[in-house]
Design a protein around this ligand. Structure first.
Ligand SMILES: Cc1ncc(COP(=O)(O)O)c(C=O)c1O
Length: 222
């Protein structure tokens, strides 16, 4: 596997897993990052702003997870949300009325419900593709298509979608693609190496791995 991370390169994914985004706590030397539960932060002077202001925008504990996810996925930056569907909602909110997105014929039920029952109300439509051949993908693209949305392994049947094929079509048509990599965490495959514009994870699955955390992440190119 090539070096992990763009800004800061790590020799291996194991090293990135341990170190990315983390530093020793300067006050106590704690190795595990402390949980910062504050809402607001003291600013240096009236009218001056520090990096931290209000935890809805930025919070040091959350930033560690964001940096780590970005490094593991291969750089750029990541934003974490309270769930995978929250991350997807924010992704689809980058679309405008009249835009279209192509999703796999089999896709996570929550994703299709989000598009049908929520995004449809904002004038955002979707079409479907088996994502099996170039011709099949091309058929689903029209002038309204803003991006191709895929799942690396579809939910629930775990059909594999060929990232190289999707990348080829994306390059040919100029339509970027976004990958839901929930079932293929970065230690197995990283979509950015196959040209993805953004990556989405439901963190409760293989990224967390212990069935005890709900979260979602989006990782973008620089
Ligand atoms: C492939 C896939 N994407 C997205 C989601 C949504 O994630 P969450 O349950 O964290 O909202 C799921 C949840 O099962 C999923 O399987």
């Amino acid at each position: 596997m090539p070096p992990v991370g763009m800004g800061k390169a790590y020799k291996s994914i194991e090293t990135a897993l341990i170190h990315a985004g983390e530093a020793l706590d300067r006050i106590t030397g704690a190795i595990a990052p402390p949980l910062v539960r504050t809402k607001t932060y003291r600013q240096p002077e009236f009218g001056e702003r520090s990096k931290w202001q209000y935890s809805r925008g930025q919070n040091p504990t959350r930033s560690i997870l964001e940096e780590k996810l970005a490094a593991l996925e291969g750089g750029g930056w990541a934003t974490v949300y309270s769930s995978g569907l929250a991350a997807e909602t924010m992704l689809f909110m980058t679309l405008r009325p009249g835009d279209n997105v192509v999703i796999p014929t089999e896709v996570y039920g929550g994703t299709s419900r989000l598009l049908k029952q929520v995004m449809g109300n904002f004038g955002i439509s979707f079409s479907t593709s088996e994502y099996k051949t170039e011709r099949d993908i091309m058929k689903s693209i029209d002038r309204r298509t803003r991006y191709l949305f895929i799942e690396s392994l579809t939910n629930p049947s775990l059909n594999a979608i060929d990232l190289s094929l999707v990348n080829e079509v994306s390059q040919k048509t100029g339509v970027p693609y976004v990958a839901d990599m929930t079932f293929t965490p970065p230690c197995s495959i990283r979509a950015y190496e196959y040209g993805a514009e953004a990556v989405v994870h439901s963190i409760s699955k293989y990224v967390a791995g212990h069935n005890d955390v709900i979260g979602g992440g989006r990782r973008y190119k620089k």
